[in-house]
Unconditional design. Structure first.
Length: 201
């Protein structure tokens, strides 16, 4: 599950651009989580996931300090912790970047298998609103921000930034760093993070 080594693959990061007319957004997928079969409703990181988070933080520390924002879920918060410790800051918890909602009463895994190869337009009204909430949040950022979130959040925002409607257009790996910029509320892709070998959310 996830990546086999605690590495971070991306080219030299842009320098923090305080005072520039756009903001850089670093979208980081959480590290490998503990097995979902363990019964935890909100699983944290596995041992490998913690190693991935520490390696990513060591690489990212040079761009900051800047704002850190995390999904409320444990795996995202735990991934944010090493970088927050480096920068001596406290992550802001933001519900707009939480996991994609699945229909009430429907098995989440089965629902995802059904919709993941299609387009965002076919995923339903709740997903469309979820996506718009993320766009509105990211579009309102005015300063460089590191965001710890989830597979589908990052995939969706890369789709928005590139004009792709395919749900599976990008498959971020654990602790991959994808860089967007935002200017006048418009998201653009700067750099994709490395991709996962298989779909693990």
């Amino acid at each position: 599950m996830g990546n086999s080594e605690p590495q971070v693959y991306f080219s030299d990061l842009p320098i923090n651009n305080q005072g520039a007319p756009l903001a850089l957004i670093y979208l980081i997928r959480h590290g490998q989580e503990t097995a979902r079969g363990s019964g935890a409703r909100d699983p944290g990181l596995s041992d490998l996931g913690r190693e991935q988070a520490t390696a990513m933080a060591a690489r990212m520390r040079a761009i900051g300090p800047c704002a850190i924002v995390s999904s409320p879920l444990a795996r995202a918060r735990e991934t944010a912790a090493p970088l927050a410790e480096f920068w001596r800051t406290k992550p802001v918890i933001e519900h707009a970047i939480k996991e994609v909602p699945s229909p009430p009463g429907e098995d989440r895994a089965a629902w995802w298998d059904r919709v993941s190869t299609g387009s965002w337009d076919d995923a339903g009204d709740a997903v469309a609103q979820w996506c718009q909430d993320i766009i509105d949040y990211l579009g309102g950022l005015q300063n460089d921000t590191v965001i710890f979130s989830h597979f589908v959040v990052i995939s969706a925002m890369v789709g928005v930034a590139t004009g792709s409607q395919r749900i599976d257009s990008f498959r971020p790996g654990n602790c991959s760093v994808t860089i967007l910029d935002v200017k006048d509320g418009v998201l653009s892709l700067v750099e994709r993070g490395f991709e996962a070998s298989k779909d693990v959310r």
